[in-house]
Design a protein around this ligand. Sequence first.
Ligand code: MG
Length: 269
Amino acid sequence: MGDELYALDFDGVICDSCGESSLSALKASKIRWPMLFEEVTSELEEWIIDQMHVLRPVVETGYENLLLVRLLLEIRVPYLRQSSVADGLTIEAILEKWSELKPVIMKEWSEKSSDLIDLFGNVRDEWIDKDLSGWIDASRFYPGIADALRFASSRIYIVTTKQSRFADALLRKLAGVTIPSERIYGLGTGPKVEVLKKLQAMPEHQGLKLHFVEDRLITLKNVIKEPELDGWNLYLGRWGYNTEKEREEAESIPRVHLLDLSDFSSKLK
Ligand SMILES: [Mg+2]
């Protein structure tokens, strides 16, 4: 073991799960709004999925993927429009103004987040139950990550909002890596800042150099707000789900180091 400890976010740092979440959202949208999807062609579905990759940085919670799917449909098919915002709306404008658009479309579509959260969760669970290997194949690890994790001499922890068992399954099936369950802090283990406090307090971690790699700038900003966590080196992965604007902002924050994928892989070794 080296004398470095790495706490790693999962989605957007290790694993590109955007294909999976977009496909789950498309499945769920067809259940929620069957009339709207009656005449949607496979070409249009492909276009929607492609745009979802561009829009992924705005997604904070999974159900927002459903809203994006429907909004993209409204952009492309004018006669299906039931919101006031779709006319002339560009992908760039959604990236820019998602927090303003979201409440407007939810009101105009008469949707509640709790219903969409339940539906999205059910659709994903059903996919996993019926076709675990298909579900796993819808995600991929970023290039070089599997080897980096396999040969890492640093102490690795996963800190994610995903359920631990899903992160574990993806690590084993996609990367051939087994990370002991006590090193995976998943959904239900508390906010990331609390997990980092827990990790740094462990007797066996005293004297280790601490590193936290994330793709969401807001999460890193939350760490910076906690003086107790001043000892952590913070990294924003350029390859993850963040925008050019967020990366520019990160450059102006002295605590945050911007990291390229290849540098990340070599750091772990
Ligand atoms: Mg992430």
